[in-house]
Write a protein that binds this ligand. Structure first.
Ligand code: KG4
Ligand code: ZN
Length: 357
C-alpha cells in the first residue's frame, strides 16, 4: 500500500510517499520538507498568517517533488493522508483543501490525520515498535507523555499546564538575545556555561501525576538575568546551562512519574519513544536513555528528520489507518485543537454505537 502524506500544521510545508508492506513494515519512498524558519526568524516565532501564505505558495510544488522522487503517479497511490490538526488553522486549511481536491479528482480515499497521532506512530515506521509503548513528545507546540496502545488508542498520561518545552527554550533564547529557533542555540551556549551558578526552580518535581509546568522556570530565569544585566557572554552561557539543567531534571522527574503510571496501568512498555524537536538536545537524550534503562525498557528515538515535523509520519499514520479500513469523508473538518485522547474517545463511542446496531 502506498500513501501520499501532506503536513502544513505549523511552519514546515511537507509531503512524502510511504509504502506499507502486508507484514506491516514501512518504507519511505520520498520525504520532502521545506522549512519556513527564515521567514519567521525576524519575529522570534511562527507568525500564523505568514505561515499559511507560504504553504499556499509552495505546497503543489512540494507534492510534485515528493511524487517525482518516489517515482509514482497517482494511479499507484492508495490513499491521501493529511494532517487535519491540531495546529495553526490557516495552514491546516491549506493542506486539507489540497488533499481533498486530490482525493476527489483522483478518486482516492482521504485520511484526516491527527498530527500528534502521526508523531506517536512514527516509531512503527522506523523501528516497527510493537504496542504498547510510552511516547514522550516534546516540540515547540507540544509536551506530552502518551500511552500508545494501538492505532487510534492513545491515553495521555501527562501534559504541560502552560508552555511547551521547546517554547520555553525559544523564549529563553529570545530573552537572552540568541537566535530563533532557540533550542539549538541554548544547547550550544550551555556547553561553556556553569549549570550550578543560578538556582532555578524545578516546577512540579516529585508530584505523583506526570504533568509539566514551565512558565515559572522562564520567569525565574528572567529575574536572574535582570539582576545581573548587562549580561556578559559568560553570564549568557551560565544562564543557558542553568536553564537546561533545570529542564533536564524536570524531564527526568516527570517522565519517571509517567512511566510509573504507564506500568501500573498497562504493564511494561515495549519502549520509551522520543518525538519532537526537543529530542535533538543531547542532555535530554541522555536522560531519556537513563530512564529507559532504569525502567527495563529501550529508548527508540527516530532519526531527527523524522522526530521533527515531516510528511512521512502523516503518510505512515494514513497507511496504518487504511490498513484497518479507516478513512474519512470529504467533509472532514480542519481543527486548531484536537486532543489525542479524543480519538480514543470517539473510537470507543463508535464501537459502542456499532454494538447497538
Ligand atoms: O518538532 P519541531 O521541529 O517543531 C514543532 O514545534 O512542531 O520542534 C521545534 C522545537 C523548537 O521549539 C526548538 O527550539 C526545539 O524544538 N529544539 C530544541 C533543540 N532543537 C530543537 N530544544 C532544545 N535543544 C535542542 N537542541
Ligand atoms: Zn509536530
Amino acid at each position: 500500500m502506498r500513501v501520499l502524506g501532506i503536513e502544513t500544521t505549523c511552519d514546515e510545508t511537507a509531503a512524502a510517499v510511504v509504502e506499507r508492506a502486508e507484514d506491516g513494515r514501512g518504507k519511505i519512498l520520498s520525504n520532502i520538507v521545506l522549512s519556513q524558519v527564515s521567514e519567521h526568524a525576524a519575529f522570534g516565532g511562527v507568525v500564523p498568517e505568514i505561515a499559511a501564505r507560504a504553504h499556499v505558495e509552495v505546497l503543489d510544488a512540494i507534492i510534485a517533488k515528493a511524487m517525482g522522487e518516489a517515482r509514482v503517479d497517482f494511479d499507484r497511490i492508495d490513499g491521501i493522508a493529511v494532517a487535519a490538526g491540531p495546529g495553526l488553522i490557516g495552514g491546516v486549511i491549506v493542506g486539507l483543501t489540497m488533499a481533498k481536491a486530490i482525493a476527489l479528482v483522483k478518486n482516492k480515499p482521504l485520511v484526516a490525520i491527527n498530527h500528534l497521532e502521526a508523531h506517536a506512530l512514527t516509531a512503527r515506521l522506523t523501528d516497527g515498535t510493537p504496542f504498547p509503548y510510552c511516547l514522550f513528545l516534546a516540540s515547540g507546540g507540544h509536551t506530552q507523555i502518551v500511552a500508545v496502545r494501538g492505532v487510534g488508542d492513545y491515553v495521555r498520561l501527562g501534559t504541560t499546564h502552560d508552555d511547551a518545552i521547546g517554547e520555553a527554550f525559544d523564549k529563553t533564547a529570545k530573552l537572552l538575545g540568541l537566535g530563533y529557533p532557540g533550542g539549538p542555540q541554548v544547547e550550544k551556549e550551555a556547553e561553556s556555561g556553569n549549570a550550578q551558578r543560578f538556582a532555578l526552580p524545578r516546577p512540579m518535581q516529585f508530584r505523583k501525576d506526570a504533568d509539566f509546568s514551565l512558565s515559572g522556570l522562564k520567569t525565574a530565569l528572567r529575574i536572574e538575568a535582570e539582576k545581573i544585566a548587562p549580561l556578559s557572554d559568560q553570564d549568557v552561557a551560565d544562564l543557558c546551562a542553568s536553564f537546561q539543567q533545570a529542564v533536564v531534571e524536570v524531564v527526568f522527574d516527570r517522565l519517571r512519574a509517567g512511566l510509573r503510571i504507564f506500568k501500573s496501568r498497562y504493564g511494561a512498555p515495549t519502549a520509551l519513544v522520543a518525538a519532537g524537536g526537543v529530542a535533538a538536545n543531547q542532555a535530554i537524550r541522555k536522560v531519556l536513555h537513563r530512564l529507559a534503562f532504569e525502567s527495563g525498557t529501550v529508548l527508540v528515538a527516530p532519526p531527527l528528520e523524522l522526530c521533527t515535523d515531516n510528511g512521512a509520519m502523516i503518510a505512515w499514520a494514513g497507511a496504518e489507518r487504511l490498513a484497518l479500513g479507516l478513512s474519512d469523508g470529504l467533509d472532514a473538518a480542519p481543527r486548531a485543537r484536537w486532543p489525542l485522547d479524543e480519538i480514543a474517545a470517539a473510537k470507543g463511542a463508535a464501537q459502542r454505537t456499532a454494538a447497538y446496531k
